[in-house]
Design a protein around this ligand. Sequence first.
Ligand code: 4AD
Ligand code: MG
Length: 430
Amino acid sequence: MKEYLIQNAKTFTGETVTLKGWAYSVRKSGKIWFLLLRDGTGIMQIVITKTDADEASFDIKDVITQESSVIVTGLIKAEPRSPGGYEMLASKVELIAVAEEYPISKKEHGTDYLMDNRHLWLRSKRQHAIIRIRHTIIKAIRDFFDDRDFTLMDAPIFQKAATEGTATLFATDYFGEKAYLTQSGQLYGEAGAAAFGKIYTFGPTFRAEKSKTRRHLTEFWMVEPEMAFHDLDMDMDLAEDFVSYIVAQVLEHRRPELETIERDISKLEAIQKPFPRISYTEGVKILQENGVEFEWGNDFGAGDETIISSQFDKPVMVHRYPAAIKAFYMKRDPENDKQVMALDMLAPEGYGEIIGGSQREDDIDAMIKRIKAEGGSEEDYAWYLDLRRYGSFPHSGFGLGVERVVSWICGLKHIRETIPFPRTITRLNP
Ligand code: 4AD
Ligand code: MG
C-alpha cells in the first residue's frame, strides 16, 4: 500500500489519501471541527464537517484528546492559510487510542521537567526540528567523506588505554580485566590511515565530564578523519571545507526547521571559506588586548574562547598550542620545541571548540618520551607504537563533535537539546 507522509503533501494534492498520526491539537466550532494531525514528518490541518464525514467520524470530537492516535482519510487540497500549506477535508476519522491527559501541555514547563519527559518532549515542534537538523548534519558528514575517497573504519568502543587523558575515563569490567569506554577513535584511525590512506571513524564517545556546563555531555558522537601524508595546513584546509559544507547542506535542506527554531539564518549564510587562522600565541595577544590577564602556556577557558571567536563572524582555527596542555600524540613544532602542531576550530557566537585535531607525532622516540611523561607505559601503547615502527609516515586528523555543531548551527543555549536522549553528570534517564 502506498504510504502518504505529510511532508510530501505537494505530491498528492487533489488525491484522496489516508494519513496516520497523533492529534497535535483539536478545535471545535459547531458543525465543524479541526484536527492538527502530526505524523512525524509534518503537521496538517484536517477539517471534519457533518456533510463530508460520516456521523461516527464527526462524533470523535467529543472524546479525542491531545496526542490520541488517529487514522484519517480525505481529500488533500492546497490551503496557504493552513500550517504547511495544505489541508485535508476528511471523509473518515478513525480513533486508534485515546491518550491520557498529556503531561506536556502548551503552557511553559521548566527544562528539568521537560528533560524528565524527554521521551514525550521529542514530539514537540522545536525538538522535532532540532533532531531533523541533526540528521542532516550527520548525513552531510557521511556524504562529505564518502565523496572524497575516505573509507569508513569504525573504532572499538571498549579500549585498553586512554587517548585524551585519564581524568575523564569511564572504566568498566571486561571479564575480569579493566576496560575503558572510548574517548576517541583516533589511535585506531591512525592504524586505518596506514592501511587505507584516508579514513574516518564515526561513533559515540564517552567522557566522565564531572562539571556541569552547557557544552559537555558524557556521551557524544564524534567523527574523526585521519589522513596519511597530510600536514597541519592540509588538515586545516580539510576542516574548513568540511564545516562550510555541513552548514551549506543544512541551509539547503533544513530552512523550514531553522525557521521553526527561529535561528538567525544570516549568521549561517556568512559561514563561507576561507576561515581565519591564527596561532595560539596570536590568540593570547587578542586576550591581552581585551584586558584579560592571560599567560602564555595556559589553556583557553570557555570565556577566553568566546573573546577570541567574537573577533570573527566565521569559525576561527587556532593552531600551534603549548605542548604541555595538549595530548601526547601531537607532533612537536619543528620550529619551536614548546609547541605542538595542534588545531582547534572555535565556532562563532560563543559556541567554543567544535573541532580538535593535529598533525601526529611520527617520531617514535619523541612519542615514547611523551607517553612516559604523562604516566603511561610503552606497553599500553605497544600496538600504536608499531605504526611508527613499520613505515612511519606524516599524518594528520581531527575530531568534530556532532552535538557541539548541532548546538551552534541551531543556536541553542544548551547542548542537552542536541541529542535525542542526553547523558550528563546528572542525567541517565530517560
Ligand atoms: O578535542 P578533542 O578531545 O579531540 C580528540 O578527541 C581527538 N582525538 C580528535 C582527533 O584528532 N581525532 O575532542 C574533539 C571534539 C571537540 O572539539 C568537541 O567538539 C567534542 O569533540 N567534544 C565534546 N562534545 C560534547 N561533550 C564533550 N564532553 C566533548 N568533549 C569533546
Ligand atoms: Mg579539544
